[in-house]
Design a protein around this ligand. Structure first.
Ligand SMILES: CCCCCCCCCCCCCCCCCCCC(=O)SCCNC(=O)CCNC(=O)[C@H](O)C(C)(C)COP(=O)(O)OP(=O)(O)OC[C@H]1O[C@@H](n2cnc3c(N)ncnc32)[C@H](O)[C@@H]1OP(=O)(O)O
Ligand SMILES: Nc1ncnc2c1ncn2[C@@H]1O[C@H](COP(=O)(O)OP(=O)(O)OP(=O)(O)O)[C@@H](O)[C@H]1O
Ligand SMILES: O=C(O)CCC(=O)C(=O)O
Ligand SMILES: [Fe+2]
Ligand SMILES: [Mg+2]
Length: 338
């Protein structure tokens, strides 16, 4: 194919903002030559064409693997999430399936149920008040751009990053969320993460490596940090140290959507406040489960199954995908494979 012709074609497709062309749709003529008229460059691999994202936003996500939408969730909703979180921490309500994590710097013997002892709660999908977050139309409107119209909530968290005790255990090492999910294809999975207050480098904002979503799932392992590491806080050892790290400064209600292969983490909290964010991972209901045995995700299964067993009484031959199948919830459209 002649270069200038291909260039023209590229501009045409760019302007047309076409279908979600997941791959390179190259058609061959009978002579075996590639027909220029049917050549579709892989323009949009990571986003869908549904008129929600502007062309600029789409290109940004495609290139960087994340997108920040300012002021998306209302103060009133965030206040409600805060209140419910406090009730759960104090033990006033015990929604089924919720997992409470204390920071590893707090000895188990010193744990008393309070907001100051809990570093995050997970899997609040049976708590109607918190789960509202995952069903907010303003969130789902964006989620759909990545997952398509049939949407499952996979995993939920309210993160309450505590003031660091000096051991830097409040850090979350650089990782890819796909490490935790026995689900594919990865491009139909997205995280929504909403700041519940002003978050910057002082209280441990998210830090991302833009464009890293274009790579593969990298090996994850516990970092060898002197001060200790929280359970399942795996990190990536061999990331490109020259890749610029971008710190996401966010205001209350700002929401970042990001790809499950995007390398990200969060820094230590050097303030005296408990830095809060609420998040949910979503996937298109047409995704499928995979078996992680023999893959680099096996470590997740090994660490997570005892928790599933303890909380739900799962038998010994349970697999990671069985636990997840039990935890996922439909939020829009129809339930298909997951
Ligand atoms: C399909 C897989 C999905 C996986 C997650 C996907 C995430 C995607 C995004 C990526 C995020 C990455 C973040 C990590 C993901 C972590 C996954 C889940 C891990 C946990 O949550 S561990 C904590 C589990 N918590 C419990 O089991 C608590 C259950 N009990 C309660 O909730 C109770 O209400 C209460 C009041 C908290 C008391 O319970 P109790 O059992 O007495 O609590 P313990 O203090 O004994 O803790 C329970 C158990 O958890 C261990 N634990 C807690 N925090 C830590 C920590 N920071 N580091 C290491 N270990 C911790 C604690 O040692 C206990 O284990 P034992 O074996 O000692 O019983
Ligand atoms: N020396 C390091 N080794 C491994 N991971 C690191 C290192 N420094 C930072 N990180 C990780 O990079 C991410 C962002 O770090 P960031 O530099 O924002 O925070 P920090 O080093 O904790 O704080 P700060 O640099 O603001 O003092 C976090 O996931 C953190 O765990
Ligand atoms: O520190 C945070 O708020 C986010 C940590 C994170 O990336 C995660 O829990 O997957
Ligand atoms: Fe993460
Ligand atoms: Mg640093």
């Amino acid at each position: 194919m002649n270069q200038s012709h291909a260039g023209t074609r590229l501009r045409v497709v760019l302007g047309h903002l076409g279908q979600r062309s997941a791959g390179v749709g190259v058609a061959h003529s009978t002579s075996g030559a590639v027909s220029p008229n049917s050549f579709h460059p892989p323009q949009f691999q990571y986003t869908r064409d549904n008129n929600v994202l502007s062309l600029e936003q789409r290109k940004f996500y495609e290139e960087n693997g994340f997108l920040v939408i300012r002021n998306l969730v209302s103060d009133a909703d965030i206040e409600r999430f805060r209140n419910e979180f406090e009730r759960i921490c104090k033990g006033e309500v015990k929604p089924q399936g919720v997992k409470i994590m204390r920071d590893v710097s707090i000895p188990k013997s010193e744990f008393i149920p309070s907001e100051k002892m809990v570093s995050k709660i997970q899997d609040f999908q049976e708590d109607e008040e918190l789960f509202r977050y995952c069903t907010l139309p303003e969130i789902l409107k964006y989620v759909e751009c990545f997952t398509g119209p049939d949407i499952m909530a996979l995993h939920t968290m309210l993160i309450n990053k505590p003031p660091d005790t000096g051991k830097k255990t409040s850090r979350h090492p650089l990782h890819q969320d796909l490490q935790y999910f026995p689900i594919r294809p990865s491009n139909n999975i997205v995280a929504a993460w909403t700041a519940m207050e002003h978050i910057d480098r002082n209280n441990g904002c998210l830090c991302v490596l833009p464009g890293s979503h274009k790579g593969d799932l990298k090996p994850h392992a516990y970092p060898t940090w002197e001060g200790g590491v929280n359970i399942m806080f795996y990190g990536i050892q061999d990331y490109d140290k020259n890749c610029p790290r971008v710190h996401l400064v966010m205001e209350k209600g700002d929401t970042v959507f990001f790809h499950p292969l995007l390398i990200h983490g969060s820094g230590w909290n050097r303030t005296q406040g408990y830095r809060k964010a609420i998040s949910c991972h979503f996937a298109g209901a047409d995704c499928h489960y995979i078996d992680v045995k023999g893959t680099s995700q096996e470590i997740t299964e090994r660490d997570y199954l005892p928790i599933g067993k303890k909380l739900y009484g799962f038998p010994d031959d349970t697999r990671l995908q069985d636990v997840l199948r039990f935890q996922v919830r439909l939020v829009k459209g129809k339930r298909i494979n997951l």
